[in-house]
Design a protein around this ligand. Structure first.
Ligand code: 9UX
Length: 69
């Protein structure tokens, strides 16, 4: 089973930002894939279990950005 969820991340302005967010989210246990749009801030995460908003938020914070909403 895999779960796909999309979030919005604010503050990313360059491709390095995208890499940082991708790396931090990829390190969350169970995450299988991360796709980030620099244009829209949309971040799609595929994982083998349902992630909590808190852990997604923590990973995004760790990268230096914020989850919108
Ligand atoms: Mo450079 Mo992207 O500071 O924040 S990594 S613009």
């Amino acid at each position: 089973m895999s779960v796909t969820a999309t979030y919005t991340v604010t503050g990313m302005t360059c491709q390095h930002c995208v890499s940082s967010v991708t790396e931090e989210l990829s390190a969350v246990p169970g995450v299988q894939g991360v796709s980030v749009s620099l244009d829209t801030g949309a971040v799609t995460v595929t994982s083998e279990r349902e992630l909590t908003t808190d852990e997604v938020s923590a990973a995004v914070d760790e990268a230096g950005y914020q989850l919108a909403g």
